[in-house]
Design a protein around this ligand. Sequence first.
Ligand code: PEP
Ligand code: MN
Length: 268
Amino acid sequence: MIENERAVINVKGHLIGGDWFTTIAGPCTIENYKDLFQVASYLKKLGIRMFRGGAYKMRTSPHSFQGLGEEGLQIIHRVAEELEMVSVSEVVSVEDVELMAEHIDILQVGTRNMHNYRLLKKLGSIDKPVILKRGMCSTYDEWLLAAEHIKAAGNDRIILCERGIRTFDNNHTRNTLDISAVSTCQQLCPYPVIIDPSHSGGRRSLVRSLSWAAAAAGADGIILETHFQPDTTICDSQQTIDFDELNTIISKLPQLAALWNKKIQRYE
Ligand code: PEP
Ligand code: MN
């Protein structure tokens, strides 16, 4: 497929891949400026420089909150500029790509869109890194070929994200984290591979063990959902962790990532 040198993706001086273990965190969805600013400022204090927040949400039910749309993009853009942080947000359709590329630093393709090849091709034409989540029922080959769609269209700044696959239990876990995805994909392609412990387990009580498992397995990072008051969040509150839990999780990541000679980027 591709020569397998580990790619390092540099976003405004912040690194993903290679020797680095990167944490991306933030709310599931952007609800308003004040809350997003509060979450992102706290993350910055912890040494996290990449934050997430959805403006367009792919909700299973049409009756659930669908996101703030363009207003959400403006909010996340403003927070990223004010705090000099890197923003991550999901793109859900071809027609939003250009607008999103103006506002967002890293565009995320969600599990439901991994097979949306027109969207992937369009993402090949922009100069922004793409987090490509694994389709919930997709094989590794399908996932890597989806990445090829982006690369073949001109963009090789791709980050793969394992977010849990569908197996037979959805009563106690939302999905099943396929931890083998880390080594398998790292052996098959140069792209960084990160884990989403929030959407994998779907429960707050699972995020710590899945995050630590990710670091111990040699993942290039994690992306997780956090908020100062998880119970009040509109979307995915059951899997959103509070700041105490986030602190506990990140406190052990340096040791675990060191198993694979990976470091956490430090800032003065
Ligand atoms: C998300 O990250 O907000 C999201 C919807 O994730 P997924 O596409 O993995 O369900
Ligand atoms: Mn979510």
